[in-house]
Design a protein around this ligand. Structure first.
Ligand code: UDP
Length: 338
């Protein structure tokens, strides 16, 4: 059975392709390499011993997309292709809306035209904003995200709900908390473009002395150590959830399905806890300085992921230290490539 994975050479996409191949799905990847590199394809092959089909193009090119559907019998799609830098999205909102939403609509048009179903969308806990209560479950009220990136996720969800309802389609929205870590083989991981915005890539680059010091954005939050709290989920655990979600969609007998799942560990960790866990896991030092809060940051977000456990039989299994250890192994691998 063939699954289209857009953005399949990206961070979460590549890990999910590995899990799909390990579960005997055939995979067709479309990725424009805007935030990934061709060697990831080779590494996927090395890890799995299997060769996914790869098309390097931008999903805004409808005619090329249509040819992919002509060439393969697609049984479902997992859509990772999107821009994801929160700060950049504030400077270039139109690029974010165009890239993240036009591409989504192009794929859905093909699904409608060819009468296909089974669509999984990468969403984010950013759709909850600063929730009034923790942990956050799927019924927690949504708030309009501050960033244009976050808005593309919220709008994407709405587009997919309408798509499922109007055309009787099966759709799953996966709301990720904070994905971290790398593949245990150290052959796959996150490739931050330029200066990383996210915490763990910045910590990693600081430990390897590419950056001088980590800036901790605020230690005056109302939390135990004053730094902000997030739910850091290991990327391989996250990838496995996609396969479970896909399996459930394929098994669904009803024509119309809109499933929503939070994917997190259920445990919140502060910025300082992450730094300390990284140092402990890897026996390295991460110099840091305390700075002002970052605009738009929330204080705390961690998941209640019970629904995913109940309905998908999925649960995060990997502890923070272990995830951070794989990150460091990946960083060392990247250094050997320079
Ligand atoms: N953070 C930080 N320094 C950095 C990057 C992030 O202190 O260089 C903090 C950030 O303020 C937030 C947490 O780490 O509290 C996670 O940030 P990230 O950007 O990784 O994820 P998000 O804010 O989208 O949850």
């Amino acid at each position: 059975m063939t699954i289209l994975v857009t953005g399949g050479l990206g961070y979460i996409g590549s890990h999910t392709v590995v899990e799909l191949l390990n579960n005997n799905f055939d995979v067709v990847i479309v990725d424009d390499l805007s935030n990934s590199e061709k060697f990831i394809l080779k590494n996927i092959e090395e890890v799995t011993g299997k060769k996914p089909v790869f098309y390097p193009f931008d999903l805004k090119r409808k005619e090329l997309l249509s040819q992919v559907f002509d060439a393969h019998e697609i049984a479902g799609c997992i859509n990772f292709a999107a821009y994801k830098a929160v700060g950049e999205s504030q400077e270039k909102p139109l690029d974010y809306y165009e890239n993240n939403l036009f591409t989504l609509i192009n794929i859905l048009q093909e699904f409608k035209r060819r009468n296909l179903s089974n669509f999984i969308f990468s969403s984010s806990c950013t759709v909850y904003g600063q929730a009034d209560e923790q942990p956050i479950d799927e019924n927690t009220p949504l708030k309009t995200p501050e960033s244009s990136y976050g808005k593309t996720k919220q709008m994407g969800e709405e587009i997919l709900k309408d798509f499922a309802t109007a055309y009787q389609k099966k759709v799953t929205l996966l709301r990720y908390f904070n994905p971290i870590g790398s593949h245990p083989s150290a052959l796959l991981g996150e490739l931050p473009l330029g200066i990383p915005n996210n915490l763990v890539p910045y910590v990693t680059q600081t430990a390897s002395k590419i950056r001088e010091k980590l800036s901790i954005w605020g230690n005056d939050y109302p939390t135990a150590d004053g730094t902000a709290i997030r739910d850091y989920i290991y990327v391989v655990d996250l990838a496995k959830a996609h396969v479970k979600a896909l399996q459930k969609l394929l098994d669904e007998t009803s024509e119309t399905v809109i499933d929503i799942y939070n994917l997190g560990t259920g445990k919140g960790s502060s910025v300082l806890e992450v730094v300390e866990a990284f140092e402990r896991a890897n026996h390295v030092e991460v110099p840091y300085q305390i700075c002002e809060r970052r605009a738009g940051d929330i204080t705390v977000a961690f998941a209640n992921a019970d629904k995913a456990e109940r309905e998908l039989g999925w649960k995060a299994e990997t502890i923070l230290e272990e995830a951070l250890r794989t990150t460091w192994e990946w960083q060392k691998y990247l250094q050997t490539r320079i």
